[in-house]
Design a protein around this ligand. Structure first.
Ligand code: FAD
Length: 345
């Protein structure tokens, strides 16, 4: 949060990457290779999601712990190959850092399991948690509080602060278009529903959250209005936009349907003629993501959170278009620097 506040004051934009736990061991190893490449561009933090219904609890914990110690791991491996002095110089010049944030939900999580997760990451030096209620488990419509567990993210934030004091930096989710439960069909969300959602968000912040990361959106004006509305009711913590580059049309339709995200008419019109051409959709996703981020940065919000969906090309291409990363600044000698054509899609 300190870094994010400083970025706004000093006009030095930051970015962060979100990943999800892959289903197979091979997928996990591929993800680490990709993360190693992406981390060399200097994200301010990386985060890993908690599987719906707690389905990937152990894997999320494992990946978080490995992520947090990735630099040490790389260093250990590279010492075998190069002289340690050169590696330290390279690391210093590339400003590598992997601040890890683990997502944690209340779904199917009695308090003992929540504490086990928090104790485990604490023992591994992780200091950032995204505290969530979570969605209902597969096959259920409504979120049901598990026996001995929590009913909502607010309870979880209160618990973390009560039990762990200031050890953890706590992030919570914010919904520029209101939480999907508040959205009724074509009518969208009522003003009352939107305001209730904001008031509830303020309660999460007042209970101890330091940072808000938002749900994905494709209408930048809605996000900017949300930030303004938050400020009006006294939410002062940084609010970081969640940017999901459009990678393929079917995934985009599925995700925006699930989250009940509004799609601006110009985005619909641009996608319709190219929806069967994957490369064209990707290129448009990069263009749109770049324009959205440009507008957000111009409005004084200086941290961009990229939902990578475990892919690197679109996220990196957007950051390069914005001038926030520069491939030539990554020392060639770094062991994880691979010849890339990541910016070409
Ligand atoms: P809450 O903040 O508890 O509440 C959700 C909504 O319910 C509120 O907006 C409010 O309208 C209402 N509400 C709840 N309690 C109260 C109350 N006491 N008073 C008034 N209103 C209340 N899901 C996963 O399974 N794993 C993840 O890793 C994950 N990561 C996410 C990351 C981000 C940035 C976002 C935005 C969402 C993520 N989700 C994830 C999805 C999230 O779990 C769902 O959106 C879930 O339905 C709500 O979680 P929440 O923490 O926002 O819930």
């Amino acid at each position: 949060v300190e870094k994010i506040r400083a970025a706004e004051v000093e006009d030095m934009p930051l970015f962060s990457f979100e990943y999800f736990p892959p289903r197979t061991d091979e997928g996990v190893e591929n993800l680490f290779e990709r993360m190693e490449r992406m981390v060399s561009y200097g994200p301010s933090f990386c985060d890993i999601t908690w599987g719906a219904g707690g389905s990937t609890a152990d894997l999320t914990l494992d990946i978080s712990n490995r992520m947090q110690n990735m630099i040490l791991d790389l260093l250990r491996r590279s010492i075998r190959i190069w002289s340690s002095i050169w590696i330290w110089i390279s690391l210093a010049s590339s400003q590598v850092c992997v601040e890890t944030m683990m997502h944690l939900t209340c779904t199917n999580m009695p308090v003992e399991k929540i504490d086990h997760a928090l104790d485990t990451i604490k023992a591994n030096g992780i200091q950032n948690v995204l505290a969530l209620r979570g969605d209902p488990p597969h096959g259920q419509d409504k979120f049901v509080q598990v026996a001995g567990g929590f009913a909502c993210a607010l309870d979880l934030v209160q618990h973390i602060r009560a039990k762990y004091g200031d050890y953890f930096g706590i992030t919570v989710a914010g919904y520029p278009e209101a939480h999907p439960d508040m959205i009724q069909g074509e009518e969208g969300v009522s003003l009352e529903g939107y305001n209730n959602d904001l008031t509830y968000l303020k309660r999460k912040v007042d209970a101890g959250a330091d940072l808000i990361v938002t749900q994905l959106f494709y209408d930048t004006d809605i996000f900017l209005k949300f930030v303004n509305d938050c400020r009006q009711i006294g939410i002062t913590c940084p609010i970081v936009p969640g940017i999901m580059p459009i990678n393929n049309y079917k995934g985009f339709v599925r995700m925006t349907g699930f989250c009940k995200t509004k799609i601006p008419d110009e985005v619909k019109a641009a996608l319709e003629p190219i929806k069967d051409n994957e490369e064209a959709v990707k290129a448009y996703g990069i263009h749109l993501g770049t324009e959205m981020c440009r507008k957000i940065l111009a409005n004084g919000i200086k941290t961009l959170h990229l939902y990578t969906l475990n892919m690197e090309k679109s996220a990196l291409a957007i950051l390069m278009n914005l001038g926030l990363i520069d491939e030539s600044k990554i020392p060639r000698s770094l062991p994880w620097r691979r010849p890339t054509n990541v910016f070409r899609v």
